[in-house]
Design a binder for this molecule. Structure first.
Ligand SMILES: [Zn+2]
Length: 394
């Protein structure tokens, strides 16, 4: 890690080149939902081709593009660097102080949709690969880029497709989501529940003749936090619950006979049974019915995403922490990631040790005026360059 070769790789990171990669990726809109990653995939493919790789585009049934490219040796150890090409939508443009797709640098910040989540981190990784090449270093193994589609809506058309095609077969993986360069080794999963309240329609002037499904749902929603188990994971904390989306009623003068709410229940490593997650919410409904017998609410798990936890002492985790120590003076802590990432495909499905490790902060991801500090992108590129050399040899 402190070897002359690793230092030479870090020293060869070119900030202007890194920013050029980031700006080009941000300008290639890839809002999900609402668009595709084709333009961003083309930009990433061009950059990788310029680094001597032979990128291929992998598409699943939905046709969404993920870019796979291997740099250097096809013998020796292998390491995947995964980043997603899609972003969440920019939202209302007037909520942005600077345009979301221009990649402007304002002060010491790069601004734009994807600046930290995660076109900026992708640019850092590409700049690290560029630096290794510019320094004339021949890696002793293969560095494989998985630039995936569709992460923001669960990755089923992106990294999952790579898994299904047998492409997640490296010795270790880095998923470069923004962690402020802390080393993420665990992440929460999610259970998307649907609650459906049934009522009885009536004329709006005679509500006593009906059963108001929205009122039933309101009684239930106020008690949602009671449905959380008393759990606390040392890295990712406690499970959470959030009523996320609501629909109900048909007209202003009708007692609503239906109300539906999508509930986002985040799960922690060790929670693996959908029925166990549902049971306490069902108990709340039963309890409500004692006082309000008209309450009639069904609950189901609409989508389930496993939590994941990787070994804390994997070689990639140790080297990541050490690379940060060399670049910043203090080793990166092991942390948990509150969101869901594509790391779970490596950890759970492919049994590949993985870390979530990238520049920028999750607190500004998905917001208007999303930004990342230019300095953090550069530090990440230098740390990535060190790790690539240390893990793969030269
Ligand atoms: Zn992300």
């Amino acid at each position: 890690m402190r070897s002359a070769t690793a230092a030479a790789a870090a020293a060869a990171v070119e900030p202007e080149r890194l920013l050029g990669f980031a700006r080009a990726l941000i300008a290639a809109r890839s809002e999900n939902p609402g668009g595709t990653e084709d333009e961003a995939a083309a930009v990433a493919g061009d950059i990788l081709a310029g680094l001597g790789a032979d990128p291929t585009v992998v598409r699943g049934d939905a046709g969404r593009p993920s870019v796979v490219a291997s740099l250097s040796a096809d013998h020796g150890p292998s390491l995947a660097w995964n980043g997603h090409l899609d972003t969440v939508p920019a939202g209302a443009l007037e909520t942005w102080s600077d345009p979301p797709f221009a990649g402007q640098v304002v002060g010491d910040r790069l601004i734009g949709r994807g600046a930290c989540d995660m076109k900026g981190p992708i640019a850092s990784a590409l700049a690290a690969a560029a630096a290794i090449r510019a320094a004339g270093i021949e890696l002793g193994g293969s560095l494989v880029f998985h630039l995936a589609a569709d992460e923001e809506l669960a990755g089923l058309h992106g990294t999952q497709v790579l898994w299904e095609r047998g492409l997640l077969d490296q010795d270790a993986a880095i998923v470069g989501e923004p962690t402020e360069l802390a080393v993420g080794i665990a992440e929460r999963g999610g259970a998307w529940l649907t609650a459906t309240a049934h009522g009885r329609a009536a004329h709006g002037s005679q509500p006593q003749r009906g059963v108001n499904a929205i009122t039933s749902m309101a009684r239930f929603l106020l008690r949602l936090p009671e449905g959380l188990p008393d759990l606390e994971h040392p890295l990712v904390g406690a499970p959470t619950v959030n009523a996320a989306l609501i629909a109900g009623g048909s007209a202003p003068n009708v007692v609503p006979d239906l109300c539906r709410v999508d509930i986002d229940r985040r799960i922690v490593p060790g929670e693996t049974d959908p029925e166990a997650v549902l049971a306490p919410f069902r108990a709340i409904v039963r309890d409500l019915r004692r006082e309000h017998p008209e309450v009639d609410i069904d609950l189901e798990v609409r989508e389930w995403t496993d939590a994941a936890e990787a070994p804390a002492d994997s070689r990639v985790a140790d080297l990541a922490s050490e690379a940060v120590a060399v670049e910043t003076g203090s080793p990166a802590p092991r942390v948990g990631f509150t969101g869901i990432t594509d790391a779970r495909f490596y950890i759970n499905q492919a049994k590949v040790p993985a870390v979530i490790w990238g520049p920028g902060s999750l607190t500004v991801a998905h917001t208007a005026d999303e930004w990342v500090a230019v300095e953090d992108l550069i530090t990440a590129a230098r740390a990535y360059a060190r790790l690539f050399v240390a893990f793969l040899g030269s």
